[in-house]
Unconditional design. Structure first.
Length: 329
């Protein structure tokens, strides 16, 4: 329903858009009574008291957090931060007091009508964490010696504060210690430890009785577990190269030449194919006896023809005369 607030408005018939809006046309403000002094630069807000004060009119104490309807006015600027002034009336008398913001010190200042209850202290003396100024931060970043001195001062302060902190800790322990709960937790831890000791003693006794030993067993360590797990592995013995070659040769000789999927059924199918006329597919050709005789006769005739040709051939004399041995001498 929130998205309808800007649209579900009643515009009367005599409304003129040149007025700038319904509020201006009716002569009202969106803040209603809170903006009755808006022409003076004053707006009514709900102000919460930032600290404890005493009213100067009735001398009554007003605690931190009490809320008032205050007139908020802008009275100046601190660099780009506006400075505001708040004027309000005491709820116990007719006195008015004025409070102004102080951006430089991150605080509020009472101008009139009340006085502040002083609960302020120096954070450096109270050993609180104080934010460093920009100049100190820049010097810590640029100057190494200044940074070293700053750190040494912090260490000295910490060492001097240790005894006091130890006393405070012991005092808190004595004031807020619960002896019953501490004893209960201690006894519970002792019972668990006792059960572990008994279990270990029983295990050691069973091991000594099993192997007939009479020696004290040391406590188990992670290194022992790791070594035992390695020893429990079934490692293959190292084999010489010649032995490995011989084993490979024997395995090849002993294994079957047929594939592992060669079954009796496939064997019958193979024999059937060999017995049929499909042997040509395997490169095997059968010949008749007559064809073999004809082939042999052809071979004999070819041999006789070659012999006759070799007998008819005569050696030719060489036309080159190399001379006799005597002439060479």
């Amino acid at each position: 329903m929130g998205e309808r607030k800007g649209t579900n408005k009643y515009y009367p018939p005599d409304y003129d858009p040149r007025a700038g809006g319904l509020n201006k046309w009716q002569g009202t403000h969106a803040l209603r009574e809170r903006a009755r002094k808006i022409h003076q630069g004053i707006i009514i807000i709900r102000f919460e008291m930032p600290y404890n004060i005493w009213c100067e009119g009735c001398n009554n104490h007003i605690g931190m957090g009490v809320r008032y309807n205050a007139e908020k006015t802008k009275v100046g600027m601190y660099y780009t931060t506006p400075v505001y002034e708040f004027k309000m009336k005491c709820h116990l008398c007719d006195n008015h007091f004025v409070i102004k913001t102080d951006p430089a010190n991150l605080d509020y200042v009472i101008l009139s009508g009340a006085r502040r209850q002083e609960n302020r202290w120096d954070p450096t003396k109270n050993e609180q964490i104080v934010p460093e100024t920009k100049e100190v931060q820049k010097r810590l970043f640029d100057d190494s010696m200044f940074k070293l001195e700053h750190e040494s001062e912090d260490k000295t302060t910490a060492e001097s504060a240790k005894p006091r902190l130890a006393k405070l800790f012991s005092r808190n322990e004595s004031a807020w210690s619960d002896v019953y709960t501490a004893n209960q937790k201690l006894r519970e831890a002792f019972r668990k430890k006792s059960a572990e000791i008994k279990h270990k003693a029983a295990t050691d006794k069973s091991i000594l009785n099993k192997y007939s030993l009479n020696i004290p067993l040391l406590p188990e360590r992670e290194e022992d577990k790791r070594a035992a797990s390695i020893l429990s592995l079934k490692l293959k013995p190292a084999v010489d190269i010649t032995e490995n070659t011989e084993l490979t040769r024997k395995r090849i000789i002993s294994q079957s030449s047929l594939p592992s999927n060669f079954t009796p059924v496939t064997e019958k199918k193979a024999l059937k194919i060999l017995n049929k006329d499909h042997t040509k597919m395997l490169g095997v050709i059968r010949r008749n006896d007559k064809q073999e005789d004809n082939d042999s006769n052809k071979k004999i005739k070819l041999e006789d023809r070659e012999d006759s040709c070799s007998s008819n051939t005569k050696p030719q004399s060489s036309l080159v005369d190399y001379g006799s041995s005597s002439e060479s001498d």
